[in-house]
Ligand binder design. Structure first.
Ligand SMILES: Nc1nc2c(ncn2[C@@H]2O[C@H](COP(=O)(O)OP(=O)(O)OP(=O)(O)O)[C@@H](O)[C@H]2O)c(=O)[nH]1
Ligand SMILES: [Mg+2]
Length: 179
């Protein structure tokens, strides 16, 4: 599907279970949310509207997944949204404490050709454990933006919004149409 045939740019939130995807989803969308079963399944998917700088973006929350080789129904649905529905941007939410274990999924996501942004969440817990991550070096190695967040408190969420806007709606946004 070509982007210009769509009414609004679509952003998909993916990641392991329990990393803060739904908290981020609600912080991005506020109250414009609908929940429905993914067609042909009992898996519930939340869709919401993010309004930012006069633009509207569809945000989709997906069920937790460990890998793109699906085992559970939830993983199958997350994979289907990613590969069939072709979001314009993918936010890979990672628990910063489990970074190393999660990077293989980041690589799998990038291999699909989807534009991936890493949201490094739970930075509060990482700091509490006395650990830190070199964000710039990580972003450079991945070849993808890495945004540190504490979604629970909202810290860093504005930066996520700004990046969505810059990538998908800013006047200089120049993404190739995906067939
Ligand atoms: N300390 C801390 N807790 C967080 C943060 N973000 C989310 N949480 C907590 O992490 C738990 C999981 O958050 P959810 O948003 O439900 O996680 P999820 O990724 O949607 O989980 P699934 O839908 O089960 O895959 C909740 O108890 C949140 O309050 C954060 O930045 N810091
Ligand atoms: Mg969730």
């Amino acid at each position: 599907m070509r982007r210009q045939t769509r009414a609004k740019p679509t952003v998909l939130i993916v990641g392991n279970p329990n990393v803060g995807k739904s908290v981020l989803f609600h912080k991005l969308t506020g109250r414009y949310v609908t929940v429905s079963n993914y067609p042909g399944t009992t898996v519930e998917i939340a869709r919401g509207l993010m309004r930012y700088r006069g633009h509207e973006f569809v945000i989709i929350d997906s069920p937790g997944m460990y890998s793109l080789s699906p085992i559970t129904d939830e993983e199958r649905v997350a994979r289907r949204i990613l590969l069939r529905d072709r979001p314009d941007l993918v936010l890979h939410v990672i628990d910063a404490k489990n970074l190393a274990r999660t990077l293989p999924l980041t690589a799998q996501l990038m291999e699909t050709g989807a534009p991936v942004v890493v949201v490094l969440n739970m930075m509060d817990e990482l700091e509490r454990a006395g650990l830190s991550i070199q964000i710039d070096a990580l972003a450079q190695q991945l070849g993808a933006p890495v945004l540190p967040t504490v979604c629970l408190s909202g810290q860093g969420v504005d930066t996520v919004k700004e990046l969505i806007y810059e990538r998908l709606a800013a006047p200089h946004a120049d993404l190739p149409a995906r067939d």
